[in-house]
Design a protein around this ligand. Structure first.
Ligand SMILES: Cc1cc2nc3c(=O)[nH]c(=O)nc-3n(C[C@H](O)[C@H](O)[C@H](O)COP(=O)(O)OP(=O)(O)OC[C@H]3O[C@@H](n4cnc5c(N)ncnc54)[C@H](O)[C@@H]3O)c2cc1C
Ligand code: SF4
Length: 561
């Protein structure tokens, strides 16, 4: 074991994705010496393939089997494909386990600078007090230890830097933000929006998305080529790799250490303080130690909690900073297996194989259990929908020859919507260590225990029914709806397993994402969420992280950490 002698930092940040990028930027810009440890490889514009046609790939992006050989879990979500699969974790080398009767697809595990922000869907929505104080409103679970007013200035700050396109809608439960001009709706989306508003009073808007429509900080506006998940040479969508991490490194105060797989937090048990972390160099497989005044875990919910569980000491025998016993519990992740689609008139739209492609569609704001409406009887909380319209060739046209060629060109225009619903935090959805399995670095892996409850099942059914209701109200034809149980359970929005709270007996972190137990250990990713509202999480992850970094800096200044 070789310590990194001579490298003593103010802060170690573990993970360079949405949260770690912001933590390293904010702290480095405040003058702190930061070591940013990232398990993955460095990211570079040279790796981006958004303009590369499939016919230039060896297997034309059509051989899922090739990807499945090493990434049988990751390949289940389309963004892990022949273009990108080497950015993702090798599922065979870094496995996890589940009970036989509770399968869970832990997808979107990246091993590159930028983490999941390399491939994310970019939908960026604020939470409101209807989310932060939901327990007071319906009696379920715990309130967050902070409210909208506490986080509002940080939403402003993050949105201005990230660049969020969107429209102001004036909804109390989905607050407006600092938007760049929205990407206009298609004719079909406009028709859908107007008719649903008129007949059902529900709000459909252009998706609020981290794609630029105006240049900022040397990043160009989006030119609508489409596949953002393959990178972006003009840096027009938000990816930590070329924004926050690049800014952090440019200060001269942040050292990015790539291929550094953090195993555990090192403790000085006599002083109840973290000393640093122990990590494995993924290339050499050598174990190394690195030291700092503070340790900040930003490795994505399950990964950060895995590090805490692997850092158990005699004093914290069930996991570091786990005097409450809640570490690993209350795992939440959106349900999204209800929705529908329907056909709309083409209104002049023409199918094209190479035309411009809008990288974002529509968002339908939550309409169940809202301010000033009676509680919905079937379930607690609510859901929104993401969706988009598309105009395709008539691939199913009958016949052959000239007649077929003509029929093929008849446009088929449809709108597709998918619900994203809140999952209630429940004790029996949890992660712990699997004592019998280690990854190739010798680190014990996680066992994930998760299934849907009654509330989720009722919500999924309602997502399907309401999708049909709205498409019908808009006059769509050939409407298809679905409402499937979400098994195997999966999501890309996992949260809640080191939750924040005012009471140290019921939570792991305080409102500044500092562990109640150990003053110089912070967890700044979504594992802090006290509940997981239906809005996508990342904007809130970033805003909370910046707020906590400002707190950390002020506490360091007064030697309180
Ligand atoms: C396909 C997809 C679509 C998505 N769409 C949306 C969306 O539309 N809107 C939205 O809000 N969110 C979306 N998300 C979720 C969003 O990407 C995440 O919420 C966000 O990136 C989480 O940030 P994070 O910092 O916690 O983790 P990440 O961004 O995943 O970064 C974690 C980093 O930590 C590193 N790491 C992990 N373990 C270790 C370790 N032991 N040692 C060192 N480094 C480690 C990883 O390599 C990774 O780079 C999507 C995710 C995916 C995969
Ligand atoms: S669609 Fe826009 S943001 Fe996405 S890769 Fe193309 S230019 Fe970049």
């Amino acid at each position: 074991m070789s310590p990194d002698k001579g490298h003593s930092f103010d802060a170690i940040v573990v993970g360079s994705g949405a949260s770690g990028g912001w933590a390293s930027k904010r702290l480095a810009e405040a003058g702190l010496k930061v070591a940013l440890l990232e398990a993955g490889r460095p990211q570079s514009d040279k790796n981006f393939t958004e303009h590369k046609p499939a016919f230039e790939l060896k297997y034309r992006n059509r051989a899922k089997e090739i990807v499945r050989k090493t990434r049988p879990i990751q390949v289940k979500f389309g963004v892990c494909n022949e273009y990108t699969y080497h950015w993702f974790v090798n599922d065979l080398e870094e496995p996890y386990t589940t009970p036989a009767d509770k399968p869970f697809n832990w997808m979107g595990r990246l091993r590159m600078t930028g983490g999941r922000t390399n491939v994310w869907g970019r939908v960026s929505l604020r939470f409101s007090d209807w989310d932060f104080k939901s327990a007071s409103l319906d009696g379920y679970g715990e309130n967050w230890p902070l409210g909208y007013k506490d986080i509002e200035p940080y939403y402003d700050l993050v949105e201005k830097y990230v660049g969020i396109t969107g429209s102001a809608e004036g909804l109390e439960h989905l607050p407006d933000g600092q938007f760049q001009p929205p990407v206009p709706l298609t004719c079909q989306e406009t028709l859908f929006r107007n008719r649903v508003k008129e007949k059902l009073g529900r709000t459909i808007m252009p998706a609020r998305s981290a794609n630029l429509t105006r240049p900022i900080n040397g990043r160009g506006p989006c030119h609508f080529c489409g596949p953002c998940e393959r990178g972006c040479m003009t840096h027009s969508y938000f990816n930590s790799a070329f924004t926050t991490v690049a800014d952090a490194v440019a200060t001269g105060n942040c050292t990015l250490i790539s291929n550094a797989m953090v195993y555990k937090v090192l403790m000085d048990s006599d002083r109840n303080r973290a000393r640093g972390v122990l990590y494995i160099d993924r290339n050499t497989r050598r174990t190394r130690e690195i030291y700092a005044r503070t340790v900040i875990l930003c490795a994505q919910s399950q990964e950060s909690v895995r590090i805490l569980l692997n850092s158990a000491t005699p004093q914290y025998s069930s996991g570091l900073a786990n005097s409450s016993g809640v570490l690993g519990h209350y795992l939440t992740a959106h349900v999204r297996s209800g929705g529908g689609s329907g056909e709309f008139p083409a209104l002049g739209a023409k199918p094209s194989l190479g035309g411009p492609k809008k990288p974002l569609g529509i968002y339908i704001a939550r309409f169940r259990n809202l301010p000033n409406t009676p509680p919905y009887k079937k379930f607690l909380r609510g859901y929104g929908y993401e969706g988009e319209s598309s105009t395709e060739f008539n691939w199913e046209a009958p016949g052959f020859g000239e007649a077929y060629k003509k029929a093929l060109l008849e446009p088929r225009t449809s709108i597709d919507i998918t619900g994203f619903g809140e999952v209630l935090p429940r004790w029996d959805n949890f992660v712990d260590l699997d004592p019998s399995v280690k990854d190739i670095y010798g680190i014990p892996v996680l066992k994930i225990h998760m299934s849907d409850g009654e509330n989720e099942r009722a919500m999924i059914q309602d997502m399907g029914d309401s999708a049909g209701e709205m498409l019908e109200a808009a006059g769509a034809r050939n409407i298809r709806t679905y409402a499937r149980p979400s098994a195997p359970r999966w999501a890309l929005h996992e949260a809640g397993i080191a939750r924040m709270g005012a009471d140290p007996k019921k939570s792991v972190l305080n409102q500044f994402q500092q562990t109640h137990d150990i003053k110089n250990v912070f967890v700044m990713d979504a594992s802090c969420f006290s509940s997981n509202p239906c809005q996508n999480p990342t904007l809130t992850i970033m805003a909370l992280c910046v707020r906590s970094c400002d707190y950390l800096v002020s506490e360091l200044k007064r030697n309180a950490i």
